[in-house]
Design a protein around this ligand. Structure first.
Ligand SMILES: C[S@@+](CC[C@H](N)C(=O)[O-])C[C@H]1O[C@@H](n2cnc3c(N)ncnc32)[C@H](O)[C@@H]1O
Length: 225
């Protein structure tokens, strides 16, 4: 009865049932990067991106099939969301999650311009991807993971959203490669990526080393014996 009264009071005063955990500036020896501001969103749609990052090749390597449910985590204004929606087709679905409402608004406008019907935009939280459990065949993070201020909570939420054979796909600028012209805290080495994924119940299943500037690594849930 006391518990019920407490919950009713929380609802009445609109208080969060659970405080957001503190943001990290470092995780497992890596400095966490600042979130890219929505005011820079036009840069995400730059023409030279195709030459610099090979995004079409990257999407080809995802082996997307019609009917799949895919999450574009940290979708920004939808650079990858829109082509992915066409790849999964009418029977498939894209969850497009971002923490900045301005990015989601730009995404909505881009979706409308293209007339796409199979994308669900989601305003995520820094510590909660707001994805339904056990729904995703794949969760794609392009140039996003290194910005997470709450990597542990985000990985737990995404892991729960993956189907048993679902894959979490990281695309990160190569930290081992000085010729990649990106700030150090926006890059990650393979060793660091593996360390952080393994610490959170995810194991490398596949990787593709043919992109100009980025690692492309596929993780599945670590099997427990
Ligand atoms: C560099 S942009 C990349 C956007 C997009 N993936 C692309 O490749 O064009 C990183 C995005 O991640 C988003 N982001 C950062 N932390 C996030 C979190 N915890 N959950 C969801 N999105 C997040 C930022 O708001 C930003 O839009």
């Amino acid at each position: 009865m006391r518990c019920l009264t407490f919950l009713l009071l929380l609802a009445a005063f609109n208080l969060p049932a659970q405080e957001a955990p503190p943001a990290l500036t470092e995780y497992l020896g890596r400095q966490i990067a600042q979130t890219m501001h929505w005011k820079g969103a036009e840069w995400l749609m730059r023409r030279v991106r195709e030459q610099e990052e090979g995004p079409s090749k990257m999407r080809e390597e995802l082996h997307v099939k019609p009917g799949m449910t895919i999450c574009d985590m940290g979708c920004g204004n939808g650079y990858h969301t829109l082509p992915l929606a066409e790849m999964v087709g009418d029977k498939g679905k894209i969850f497009a999650v971002d923490v900045q409402p301005e990015m989601i608004e730009m995404l909505r406008q881009n979706i409308e311009r293209k007339g796409l019907k199979n994308i669900e935009p989601i305003n995520g939280l820094y510590h909660d991807p707001k994805l339904p459990p056990n729904t995703c065949d794949m969760i794609l993070l392009v140039d996003v993971y290194h910005e997470f201020s709450h990597p542990v909570q985000m990985l737990a939420g995404m892991r729960a959203a993956l189907k048993p054979d679902g894959l979490l796909v990281l695309v990160e600028f190569r930290g081992e490669d000085d010729s990649v012209p990106i700030k150090v805290e926006h890059k990650m080495s393979k060793a660091q990526i593996n360390k952080e994924m393994n610490a959170n119940g995810l194991t490398l299943k596949r990787e593709f080393d043919g992109l100009p500037w980025q690692h492309l690594m596929f993780f599945g849930k670590t099997e427990t014996k």
